[in-house]
Ligand binder design. Structure first.
Ligand SMILES: O=C(CO)[C@H](O)[C@H](O)COP(=O)(O)O
Length: 219
């Protein structure tokens, strides 16, 4: 599953950009919400999710890179998110936040920065649908994948099997392109967020095709 990250889209023609990748075959749109606190950048809020929801039927995958995510989860549920992901590092109450998401009828995602270990996974594995392993430090698109995250993906896949939760899908985000996608897939990832590898190209169908071909080929 390739999930275009609209952070890399041209904000001046936002809806057309999203339409373009949907027409190119993507059904899962990744929305990066940044608050200028948890990460240095500020991006978009629930209004953007609401606007996309009113126009498109695809899966809206909201990645909250914000401090105290519990305060804004209801806004994103209301806006029509299908998946809401929160960071282990953003709150001392990550379990409570994940439960809030789940109880709202939305799929819950649990995100880990590159230098965060898998220690907490055992305690939330039963209430998550997605494990998001950041393959760059969050905040900006266009960075290079951190190679050490490959071992973490492999370890996470094994940990989920050991916990009898292999249905949890591993999502990767950051530096995913035709050169790296095979390696993250081989390590155990199933959802591949790609921003610049898609939106920096004029022909999005071709860009997504290149990712799909590289995925099929493996590393
Ligand atoms: O979460 C993000 C940054 O925090 C972006 O989704 C991610 O970086 C994707 O961009 P690119 O594919 O260009 O690396």
């Amino acid at each position: 599953m390739i999930a275009p990250s609209i952070l890399a889209a041209d904000f001046g023609k936002f809806a057309a950009e999203v339409e373009d990748v949907i027409n190119a075959g993507c059904d899962w749109i990744h929305i990066d919400v940044m608050d200028g606190q948890f990460v240095p950048n500020i991006t978009m809020g629930p209004q953007v999710v609401e606007a996309l929801r009113s126009r498109f039927h695809c899966t809206l995958d909201v990645h909250l890179m914000v401090q105290k995510p519990q305060q804004v989860i209801p806004d994103f549920v209301q806006a029509g998110a299908d998946v809401i992901t929160i960071h282990q590092e953003a709150t001392p109450h990550v379990h409570r936040g994940l439960e809030m998401i789940l109880q709202s009828g939305v799929k819950a995602g649990y995100a880990l920065n590159p230098a965060t270990g898998l220690d907490g996974l055992a305690y939330v594995a039963d209430i998550i649908d997605v494990l998001l392993i950041m393959t760059v430090n969050p905040g900006f698109g266009g960075q290079k994948l951190i190679p050490a995250t490959l071992d973490k993906i492999r370890a996470a896949r094994q940990r989920l099997v050991d916990l009898n939760r292999k249905q949890v899908r591993i999502e990767v985000d950051g530096g995913i392109n035709a050169e790296t996608i095979g390696a993250v897939k081989d390590a155990g990832a199933e959802i591949f967020v790609a921003g610049s590898a898609i939106f920096a190209e004029v022909d999005r169908k071709k860009a997504i095709g290149a990712l799909t071909t590289a995925l099929a080929a493996g590393k």
